[in-house]
Design a binder for this molecule. Structure first.
Ligand code: ADP
Length: 424
């Protein structure tokens, strides 16, 4: 008997970037998934969740390690999976029926058999009556039903879903989640396992049996949390919110983020979150106004933000030691409280102190500007250095945020036209 449906053994993934050190996305990912499990994969944006899903599907080859399906390492695409994408990925010139049938294109079945299977899944997924409609005639929710139908018609052992609900409005998404969960829990589909990438903790706790949490730069598995509550789950229930809080806490805890070599890492240039100083200021004020400590989950809900929008600002506040996270609560540190209650000028001073203490990149920029006799340096020069660390696209973002923080803290000035950083 095969114990594991999918097994990931020591999966690593890196990309060779031109003129840059190799970028490692995934490191040492070990994961076994058994029959009957619904797994969700969570992690910060850009951590490598989609990459991991694509490796399981065989759409992206791992740089090291191997993926086993039913105990066998496969070559090329994984024969046991069907995949659902966030963007639906439908063919606009094909009808619903034709789009769904496409899932069977490579199966050795008669046309009549393909038709029977396609109509049957269209029925189960709630698209009855829309067989001859074209995607443009459908709402987003209906389009995603087609996307799910196309994956399910293959009767895959494993259904892979990459943020399947995040392009839908809340009500449509809830509706579709419930329908999918019903198919799954009531065994109306022969699927043996579902693996879903999501940025919504609540969605993970609502739907899945196990939450896998990834760190970033590179992604490793930092938590593997069983969620054993029976369906249907009540989002107000204490056990539900405890799970959500716990995962929030793990995701926002900077200690979990990197290597064991935290000390070594410290002096290195570390990527900062792209959060402008103004947004950070507002966030710290808000926490202070709400009484210094706030449940992050509730705060996100109140702000109608999802995790993806929310994490960067929380991480930036932590990085600058304005706030700390414990058990899903965010609390202002002493510097955070001081900052919230300071005058505009005092704030700039506090911000300056925190940035210089916690962001080595800023320290280096200021040092370079001080070292130049005219205290000026071209933007290009910093970009060139940053590219070595972050790659060309990210380098610009990182420099922009340093300029934003530096201006706010009055550490440096920037001439947009001349593209020059300088000391005032
Ligand atoms: P997530 O799904 O968690 O948001 P992804 O798996 O999409 O993250 O991407 C993880 C990281 O890998 C990102 O920093 C992304 O820029 C990088 N990446 C993805 N594909 C490639 C590629 N083909 N070449 C270089 N970098 C890539």
């Amino acid at each position: 008997m095969n114990a594991n449906l999918i097994e990931l053994r020591k999966i690593g993934k890196h990309y060779d970037m031109p003129n840059v050190n190799q970028v490692t996305i995934l490191e040492d990912i070990q994961l076994s998934i058994t029959n009957g499990e619904f797994i969700s994969i969570l992690g910060p944006s850009g951590s490598g969740k989609s990459t991991l899903l694509r490796i399981i599907a065989g759409l992206v080859p791992p740089s090291s390690g191997a993926v086993y399906y039913n105990g066998n390492e496969f070559v090329g695409t994984n024969p046991g999976v069907g995949m659902v994408f966030q963007s639906f990925a439908l063919f606009p010139w094909l009808t619903v029926l034709e789009n769904v049938k496409l899932g069977l294109e490579n199966k050795p079945l008669s046309e009549a058999e393909k038709m029977r299977k396609a109509l049957s899944i269209i029925d189960r997924i709630g698209l009855d009556g829309f067989e001859s409609a074209y995607p443009k005639e459908l709402s987003g929710g209906m389009r995603q039903r087609v996307g799910i139908g196309r994956a399910l018609v293959m009767e895959p052992d494993i259904l892979l879903m990459d943020e399947p609900f995040s392009a839908l409005d809340v009500l449509t998404a809830e509706n579709l989640k419930r329908d999918l969960l019903e198919l799954w829990t009531e065994r109306k589909i022969p699927t043996k396992s579902i693996i879903m990438v999501t940025h919504s903790i609540e969605e993970a706790v609502y739907m899945s049996d196990r939450a896998i949490v990834l760190s970033r730069d590179p992604a490793r598995i930092i938590a593997d949390i069983p969620i054993t509550m029976p369906h249907w789950r009540d989002k107000q229930e204490a056990a539900f919110t405890e799970h959500v809080d716990r995962i929030y806490s793990i995701l926002t805890n900077r200690e979990y983020k990197g290597h064991e070599h935290a000390q070594e890492q410290k002096k290195q240039i570390e990527k900062v979150q792209e959060v402008p100083a103004g947004a950070l200021t507002g966030f710290i004020e808000l926490i202070d106004d709400l009484g210094n400590t706030v449940d992050l989950y509730k705060l996100a809900e109140q702000l109608s933000l999802n995790l993806e929008d929310f994490l960067p600002i929380v991480e930036a506040a932590q990085m600058l030691d304005f706030a700390s996270i414990q058990h899903g609560d965010i609390t202002l540190t002493e510097s955070g409280s001081q900052f919230a209650n300071a005058s505009v000028l005092e704030r700039k001073d506090i911000f300056k102190k925190q940035v210089l203490a916690h962001v080595p990149m800023m320290e280096k920029i200021v040092w370079i500007l001080q070292s130049k006799s005219n205290n000026k340096m071209e933007r290009e020069f910093f970009l060139e250095i940053f590219e070595k660390h972050f790659g060309s696209e990210e380098a610009g973002h990182q420099l922009d945020i340093m300029i934003d923080w530096g201006r706010y803290a009055e550490l440096l000035a920037y001439d947009e036209k001349a593209k020059l950083l300088f000391l005032e």
